[in-house]
Design a protein around this ligand. Structure first.
Ligand SMILES: C[S@@+](CC[C@H](N)C(=O)[O-])C[C@H]1O[C@@H](n2cnc3c(N)ncnc32)[C@H](O)[C@@H]1O
Length: 251
């Protein structure tokens, strides 16, 4: 049996045993191998192909670690809350002739001894309903304030802590954090800590009519914010650092 078939079979069996609602709660949706391979490719491009310590903090049955092994990476590490999934990940990796250090742990709380050079993951999604967990997350990541907390947003911020400065994190997450007005603090926190790369596959699908307002003048330097509205709805808000003000010449 191939590593991919082993992971798919485990996902199917476990989902059947859990039922739809518990499956959603556990975030048991594993990444198809071709998508994990594509994310790995993008991640490796952004670090110039250099290898190093690779971490999936929500490794599940190992889809991303298998993709990393197939890309020739060998220093592989994974955390997950689900020990059964980690057993499958270990077996899947051995079918690819690879090994990883896998640990049953809550990666929002436990820190590995060394940061990763490359972090790849498909973290769990869904609102955090538990009041104690919400309080813990708000204390640890104040940028999550602003309303409902989605688990993927917590992992987005956590990923930046688990990767070394100059390393890279590639996460498969929804794009809502990029435009929802309640995610403003999250956007600022991410942009303050990392350069964000976007992949727009179909440019036409993403094209927007942009009006360019020539001659806009900023009276003061400092951090301004650009807000883009589509049909009266705020869709994008991003910081614009103005570092120099050109003074108009006296006539
Ligand atoms: C969407 S699945 C993705 C698994 C794997 N990365 C993949 O792409 O196939 C999310 C995984 O996160 C795990 N998980 C949820 N909360 C976690 C936490 N706090 N720490 C570590 N793992 C967690 C779940 O057990 C599940 O295996």
């Amino acid at each position: 049996m191939s590593a991919d078939a082993l992971i798919a079979r485990f996902e199917q069996e476990k989902s059947r045993a859990l039922g739809r609602s518990l499956r959603r709660h556990a975030g048991l949706y594993y990444t198809p191998p071709e998508i994990a391979a594509r994310v790995m490719e993008v991640a490796l491009q952004s670090v110039g192909g250099a290898s190093g310590r690779v971490l999936d903090p929500c490794a599940g049955a190992g889809a991303f670690l298998v993709a990393a092994a197939r890309a020739g990476l060998r220093d592989l590490h994974g955390f997950d809350l689900d020990p059964e999934a980690l057993r499958v990940a270990r077996k899947a990796l051995s079918l690819c002739g690879a090994r990883a250090r896998l640990r049953k742990a809550d990666s929002l709380r436990l820190s590995p001894r060394e940061p990763a050079d490359l972090l790849v993951s498909n973290p769990p999604y869904g609102h955090v309903a538990d009041a104690r967990e919400r309080a813990f997350l708000l204390d640890k990541f104040p940028a999550l304030r602003g309303g409902e907390i989605d688990r993927y947003a917590a992992f987005l911020l956590r990923a930046l802590q688990l990767v070394r400065p100059g390393g890279a994190a590639a996460l498969l997450v929804p794009d809502t954090w990029m435009f929802l007005s309640r995610s403003g603090a999250l956007r600022e926190a991410v942009l303050a800590q990392a350069e964000v790369e976007f992949e727009l596959k179909e440019m036409e699908g993403h094209a927007t009519n942009v009006h360019y307002f020539g001659g806009v003048q900023f009276q003061q330097f400092g951090l301004h914010h650009v807000e883009i509205f589509l049909e009266n709805e705020l869709r994008l808000r991003f910081p614009l650092p103005v570092v120099r003000i050109a003074l108009a010449q006296a006539q």
